[in-house]
Design a protein around this ligand. Structure first.
Ligand code: SF4
Length: 74
């Protein structure tokens, strides 16, 4: 059974550089030179439960999770 189904969408315009996602899943969420987070889809992907926790913890709501192209309520 796999639970890794969410597609992670990160709106860089909404990121306020709090760094929670980068601290929680380094290598998957990464900072650019301006401390704006993005997703490295080649990086180590957290499981869906962890992604949900990370998305909820983002103070700006920049991280969205989708299933089949539809936003999941977080
Ligand atoms: S937790 Fe949200 S605001 Fe903080 S770095 Fe990640 S995307 Fe940006």
């Amino acid at each position: 059974m796999t639970t890794e189904r969410y597609t992670v969408v990160l709106d860089t315009n909404e990121c306020v550089s709090a760094g929670k996602c980068v601290a929680s899943a380094p290598g998957f969420f990464v900072f650019d030179d301006d401390q704006i987070a993005s997703v490295d889809h080649a990086g180590p992907r957290p499981d869906d439960a962890t992604l949900l926790r990370i998305a909820r913890a983002c103070p700006s709501g920049a991280i969205r999770l989708q299933l089949d192209g539809v936003d999941v309520e977080i």
